[in-house]
Ligand binder design. Sequence first.
Ligand SMILES: O=C[C@H](O)COP(=O)(O)O
Length: 251
Amino acid sequence: MRQKIVAGNWKMNCDLAEMEELLGGLKNKAESIPNDVKLMVAPSYTNLYPAFQSTKETPITVVAQNMHQSENGAFTGEVSPSMLKSVGVETVILGHSERRAIFHESDELLVEKVNTALKHKMNVIFCFGEELKDRKSEKHFEVVKNQLKNGLFHIDNNAWENIVLAYEPVWAIGTGETASPEQAQEMHAEIRKMIAEEFNQDIADKVSILYGGSVKPANAKEIFAKEDVDGGLIGGASLKADDFLAIANSY
Ligand SMILES: O=C[C@H](O)COP(=O)(O)O
């Protein structure tokens, strides 16, 4: 049975007071979500420790949106894996399309980040997804395969225990345009096939694959109903407690 996950990526939103209000709304009703759904939130760096403290006795897991690939050193503005772990964070999102596009994170850099995270026994939510031009030219499977091959498929078989995948077609992120449940299912099934070919069927069957891109209370149920979709990585809709909980309750 694969772990179902609904994760909120809060991106560069919420100052401390706003986050506390949002977390308060989630904590009030977090017990209402199905037991087999793991609820995660990814606040900004400055809010990680207060979020961790505030959710200690709740089913909510706090994760980081990014981290540096080095342990420490002269990297102004960066945060290392041990810094994250020291404030209670065990999971990090890597490879988000905004990191790739705006901050020029390459596959090579992601290999380093993945290795560092695994070395520190952290869990990784590895994001990838094609752009609109790739889908229009029917290169979406190829693009996704290359992102996985070049950024993630170097890991050992046993490292898969610490990996969650998040397929996020760039054209669906923050645009209001969602991949159809069929498009999501088609890609997720293909990803599992790629993993079975490169690793083995058992790994492919066990890894959770989340869908991300304009998931909302109105469309979550249909998307989550698909066989190979194991949850969602939610941006905009995770910033409203009721919407985020409604998405988690769509299972
Ligand atoms: O990490 C989350 C994704 O970028 C999806 O964002 P969105 O739900 O606002 O489209």
